[in-house]
Write a protein of this length. Structure first.
Length: 78
C-alpha cells in the first residue's frame, strides 16, 4: 500500500502522560498524529507549535492507542 504524505502541517506537539507516556501532535482540525521517529532535540523543548511533514503508512502499528502513527520527514519552528 502506498504511503500518504502530508507536507508543512501546523501542529501542537504535546506530551501525554498515559499509556506509559508519549509525544503526540494535534493539528488545527483535531487530527491526532503519533510521531514514531521524533528527535530528542524536539522533546527537550516541551509543548510547542511546530510545522511538520510526514508520511502515514497503513502497515505501521504502535502499542500506543492514540492517533495515527507517522514517520516525520521534516520538522521546524513556524
Amino acid at each position: 500500500m502506498a504511503k500518504k504524505v502530508y507536507n508543512n502541517i501546523s501542529v501542537h506537539l504535546s506530551y501525554y502522560d498515559f499509556e506509559g507516556g508519549f509525544w503526540g501532535m494535534t493539528d488545527k482540525n483535531g487530527n491526532q498524529w503519533l510521531p514514531l521517529n521524533l528527535d530528542d532535540a524536539w522533546i527537550s523543548q516541551g509543548n510547542i507549535e511546530v510545522v511538520v511533514s510526514f508520511a502515514v503508512d497503513e502497515n505501521i502499528f504502535s502499542l500506543v492507542n492514540w492517533g495515527t502513527p507517522v514517520m516525520i520527514s521534516d520538522i521546524k519552528h513556524p
